[in-house]
Structure formats: C-alpha cells, structure tokens
Design a protein. Structure first.
Length: 300
C-alpha cells in the first residue's frame, strides 16, 4: 500500500517512541491490518478503469463502483481509503451495487476545508448518493465510517435503508473510548502540532492534524439524535475493541430499530482480520427482514 510505505520511510528518521506512534497510526487508525497475503485481482482504490471523480460540496471526491443490484455504501475509517474496505468490496460486489469512495481529505479525495468534521463527511456521502441518482441505500461503516453512517441516519434519514456500523462511538472521551486510545490521540496530536509549528515538510502534517482533531474532539452525538434514526441498525464491536463494550450497548439501547453484536475474541479490526465472520454477519442483517424479538413473555 503506497501510503504505508511513505509513512514507514518517514518514521525511520525519528525516535523509537515516534516510530511506535506512527506504526499505530498506520496499522490501527488507517485500518491497515489487512492481511498482506490477501490478493485481489481487482486493484480496489486504484482502479483506473472504474475510478471516477465527482464535485461534491466543493471538493473532488474519488469513488469506484462494483456489481449490480440494491446500492450499498462501504465507508472506511480515519486515515483509511477505499483499499481499507477491499475485503468487503470483494464479498458484497456479487450481491449489491457497491459504491466506495475516499472520504474528504483521505486517499485521492480533496480536503478543501480547514475544519474537517464528521457532519461534513456525512453530507458529502449523502450528496454522492444524490449525484449518482440514488434515493436510498444500505451502508456498512467501519470505525469513523460507522460514525458517518450514524450521522447519515440522523441528518439524511431518507438515504439510509439499513446500517451496519463497526466500532463507532458517540463521543471522544473515556466514557466511550478506552483511556489508552484517548491518551494516544492526545500525545500524537501534540507531536503533529509540533511538526506543523516547525514547518516540517517531510509529511502532510496539516492534513494529519485534521484527522487527529476528528479523533480527539468528535463526534458529539446525543441520545436524542440517536433515537431519531428510523433505519434498522446493526451495532457491531469486538469484545476487545477500541470502543468500550458498554458504549456499544449504549448506542444499541438508544436506537429504536437496532440489533447488537459483540464479536467474541475479536478486535476493532475484524473487517480486515476476520472478514469472513464480519461479512457474513453484515450480509445476514442486510439481506433479511429486520426483527427485534423480546424475551419478555408478559408483554401484551
């Protein structure tokens, strides 16, 4: 993966601490834990034959389409790109019309803002659907992509048929995210700010700072906003996720039509490290009618 090579080269110039931070940034935040032995015949994310650009809310957004049938968005996480979702593209393209894009300020898509927000990113995806003349569609969002999916359900409810969100959070503090991750974001943000202040040109530190500000200061989704989501939602997380298990339960409890799936023995990176499990669960939820049975036999 080209981006990974660039970052790895740069970090060799720094201390062991900086190197560790960058390895975490690339391997964790960008969802780069994709098995390097996995080979796909299609160059997802760099497909010259299918790749297109669309002017969306003032920014050139890069996207690719695969398959036919009901439309589906696959939305990657912070620092990631289309390639991050290659295991999902390859699986779902035989079942759906899969649309994947590099979110604003990621991959091949332009940034064109000095204050990147999840709300803006959600608006971009909604506008991409309009650009493609799609009224509504299924969404699978991983990490920050799950946050974007929730915001689409809140602010663009007619666009969302069903949503599968993996490892998403409502707020960036330690009530939602494990302290080690919050501390890492704070420490890394300080380091990136120092690089920006020093006018260091070895990396696009200003862009990275915007990514870090997403992680450190956003989202801020309320329970009442969650309760406004009308689409069926599958809340997924690993039992050793970056997101606290109780926070995933909290999200589930405040969405009217939700199901909860805590994956045993899994992490934040399951869509890449165990795609067979994740894809099957996501597909079952999307393909079948939504149900929310209750164990309470006393209800009338």
């Amino acid at each position: 993966m080209k981006t990974r090579k660039i970052y790895l080269y740069t970090t060799m110039k720094y201390t062991k601490t900086s190197l560790l931070l960058f390895l975490v940034l690339i391997c964790s935040i960008t969802s780069a834990q994709i098995d390097p032995s996995t080979k796909f015949a299609t160059p997802y994310g760099s497909n010259d034959a299918l790749g297109k650009y669309a002017l969306i809310n003032g920014a050139q957004i890069y996207y690719e389409e695969y398959g036919t049938g009901e439309p589906m968005f696959l939305i990657h996480g912070n620092g990631g790109d289309i390639k991050s979702m290659e295991n999902q593209i390859d699986y779902f393209k035989s079942k759906y019309r899969v649309i994947v894009a590099d979110s604003r300020g990621h991959g091949k898509s332009a940034l064109n803002t000095d204050s990147l927000t999840y709300v803006q990113t959600a608006n971009d995806w909604a506008q991409l659907a309009t650009h493609l003349q799609i009224d509504s569609l299924h969404i699978i969002g991983w990490s920050d992509g799950g946050i974007v999916g929730l915001l689409l359900g809140i602010h663009h409810p007619k666009k969302v048929k069903k949503l599968v969100m993996m490892g998403a959070n409502l707020r960036p503090d330690t009530t939602a995210v494990y302290p080690w991750a919050v501390n890492w974001v704070q420490e890394t943000t300080l380091m990136v700010k120092a690089k920006v202040k020093a006018n260091d040109k070895t990396q696009n530190w200003s862009l990275m700072l915007q990514h870090m500000n997403l992680l450190g200061n956003q989202p801020n989704i309320t329970h009442s906003e969650l309760s406004s989501i009308s689409a069926p939602v599958l809340v997924v997380a690993g039992d050793k996720d970056i997101i606290r298990e109780e926070h995933s339960v909290e999200i589930y409890q405040h969405i009217r039509k939700a199901q909860l799936c805590i994956l045993p023995g899994e992490t934040h990176f399951t869509p890449a490290t165990n795609p067979k499990l994740f894809n099957q669960i996501a597909n079952d939820f999307i393909a079948n009618p939504f149900k929310r049975p209750d164990s309470n036999w006393t209800k009338k």
